[in-house]
Design a binder for this molecule. Structure first.
Ligand code: PLP
Length: 403
C-alpha cells in the first residue's frame, strides 16, 4: 500500500486542525490560522457558530433520520423559507452541490418530456464552469481534466465560451432543454458573468421555452451580499442549485424551482435517502436565522467593500505579482502573475488559508461573520505573503524589469 489508506485523489496541504472558532482554526499544537478558505465557501458562519452548534446538538438528541417516507417538519419549514426568500415555489433537498445540479438537470429534461418533447434534453453551459464531479456534472462542466479517463462524456451538454451569449443563442436547437450558468464562477477563477448577459439569457430562454438554471452552489446564501447572487441582476432563473453555504459545514444542498419547472417531478420520479434529513434541516434553518436577520447582509456588503479596497491597494503595490482583484461580496479572487499555488503557499506561511482556483486565481472566501479587525489582519498577511513572493522572484531574476 502506498501512502495512506485513502484514495489519493486530494493534494492535501500538510496541515491538521483540531478545533475552530469563528474565522480561526487551531492545529493540535495550538497554532492558529486565519481561515479565508472557509471550507471552500462552506463555513458561511465560520467555525462552531453557537447558534448552529445549538441547533445541531438539540436535533441530535431528538431524532437523526427517518427517511423521506415520512413528513419532516423542519424540511417543510426550510423549503417554505427558501421559497419566501427567492423566485422559487418548490424545493428538493440533497446532500451536496452535484446532487442539487443532478436534480436541476433532471428537472429540465422532465419538464420537456412532460410536454411531449422527450427529445429536448440538452443543456448549454459555459467554459470554466464547475458543476460537480458526478458523471453528468463533469459533462456539464466540460473541463477536460475532470472528464479524462471516465469513458464517453455523458450526452446532453454543449458548451460555449464564458459570457458568450451570441454563441449560446446560435447553439439553441430542437434538442435544447435548458441553459445552466453560475452567476459568478467560483472554481473557474471568480469570474462574474455580466448581468447584461444573464438578462439576455433570460430573454433567450423565454423565447425558446428553455429553463434558465443558475448554479449558486458557491455564490449563493449571502456570499455576494444578497441572499442569492441572481438578485443583483434584475432577473430570476427557473431552477437553481444551492449547497455549500446553506449547511454552514453540515453536508446539504437543494434544488429550487418554479411550480411550472417542477411540475413534472411527480411522485417516484426522483428521490434521495439522506437528502432533507432532520440534522441537515436543523442546521439549514439555523443558517437562515442568521443570514436573514435584519442588517446581516448589509454588514456583508460593507465588509466586502473594506476587504476589496484593501486588496486593490495591495494590487497597486505589487503589480508584478497581482494582475487584478476579481469578484463581488465576500467571493473575491486575486488573479496572479506568478503561479497561484506559490502565492497560496506563501499565504499559508503567514497562517492565512485561501483556495487556489482556475485561471491562476487565489480565492478568498472568508466566513460571512468576519470582523473588520479580521479583514485588516487578513490584508496584512496577504500583503506580507505577496511581498515574500515578490522578494523571492526578484532575487531569482535580479535583472528583470518590473512589469
Ligand atoms: C462546489 C460546487 C459544486 C459541487 O458541489 P459538491 O458539494 O462538491 O458536489 C457545484 N457547483 C459549484 C458552483 C460549486 O462551487
Amino acid at each position: 500500500m502506498s501512502g495512506s489508506a485513502l484514495y489519493e485523489t486530494f493534494a492535501r496541504a500538510p496541515l491538521t486542525f483540531e478545533r475552530g472558532e469563528g474565522c480561526w482554526l487551531e492545529s493540535p499544537s495550538g497554532e492558529r490560522y486565519l481561515d479565508f478558505a472557509g471550507g471552500i465557501a462552506v463555513n458561511s458562519l465560520g467555525h462552531a457558530h453557537p447558534h448552529l452548534v445549538a441547533a445541531l446538538t438539540e436535533q441530535a438528541q431528538k431524532l437523526w433520520h427517518v427517511s423521506n417516507l415520512y413528513e419532516i417538519p423542519n424540511q417543510r419549514r426550510l423549503a417554505e423559507r427558501l421559497v419566501a426568500n427567492s423566485f422559487a415555489d418548490k424545493v428538493f433537498f440533497t446532500n451536496s452541490g452535484a446532487e442539487a445540479l443532478e436534480c436541476a438537470i433532471k428537472t429540465a429534461r422532465r419538464y420537456h418530456y412532460a410536454k411531449g418533447h422527450g427529445e429536448r434534453f440538452r443543456t448549454i453551459t459555459f467554459e470554466g464552469a464547475f458543476h460537480g464531479r458526478t458523471l453528468a456534472t463533469i459533462a456539464a462542466g466540460g473541463q477536460a481534466k475532470y472528464l479524462e479517463g471516465f469513458g464517453p462524456k455523458a450526452d446532453g451538454f454543449d458548451q460555449v465560451a464564458f459570457g458568450d451569449v451570441d454563441a449560446a443563442e446560435a447553439l439553441i436547437g430542437p434538442e435544447t432543454a435548458a441553459i445552466l450558468v453560475e452567476p459568478v464562477q467560483g472554481e473557474g477563477g471568480i469570474r462574474v458573468f455580466p448581468a447584461t448577459g444573464l438578462r439576455r439569457l433570460r430573454e433567450l430562454c423565454d423565447k425558446h421555452d428553455l429553463l434558465l438554471m443558475f448554479d449558486e452552489v458557491q455564490c449563493g446564501v449571502g456570499r455576494t451580499g444578497k441572499l442569492f447572487a441572481y438578485e443583483w441582476t434584475g432577473i430570476e432563473p427557473d431552477v437553481m442549485a444551492i449547497a455549500k453555504g446553506i449547511g454552514g459545514g453540515f453536508p446539504m444542498g437543494a434544488c429550487l424551482a418554479t411550480d411550472e419547472a417542477a411540475a413534472a417531478m411527480t411522485p417516484g420520479v426522483h428521490g434521495t435517502t439522506f437528502g432533507g434529513n432532520p440534522l441537515a434541516m436543523a442546521v439549514g434553518n439555523a443558517v437562515l436565522d442568521v443570514v436573514l436577520a435584519d442588517g446581516f447582509l448589509d454588514e456583508v456588503n460593507r465588509k466586502a467593500l473594506l476587504f476589496k479596497q484593501g486588496l486593490a491597494a495591495i494590487a497597486d503595490e505589487s503589480p508584478e505579482i497581482v494582475d487584478e482583484i476579481r469578484g463581488t461580496g465576500l467571493l473575491l479572487g486575486i488573479k496572479c502573475r506568478v503561479p497561484n499555488t506559490k502565492i497560496s503557499a506563501a499565504l499559508r506561511d503567514q497562517h492565512l488559508l485561501t483556495v487556489p482556483a482556475g485561471d491562476n486565481v487565489i480565492r478568498l472566501l472568508p466566513p460571512l461573520i468576519v470582523s473588520d479587525d479580521e479583514i485588516r489582519e487578513g490584508l496584512s498577511r496577504i500583503r506580507a505573503g505577496v511581498r515574500a513572493v515578490a522578494d523571492e522572484t526578484q532575487a531569482a531574476e535580479p535583472r528583470q524589469a518590473r512589469a
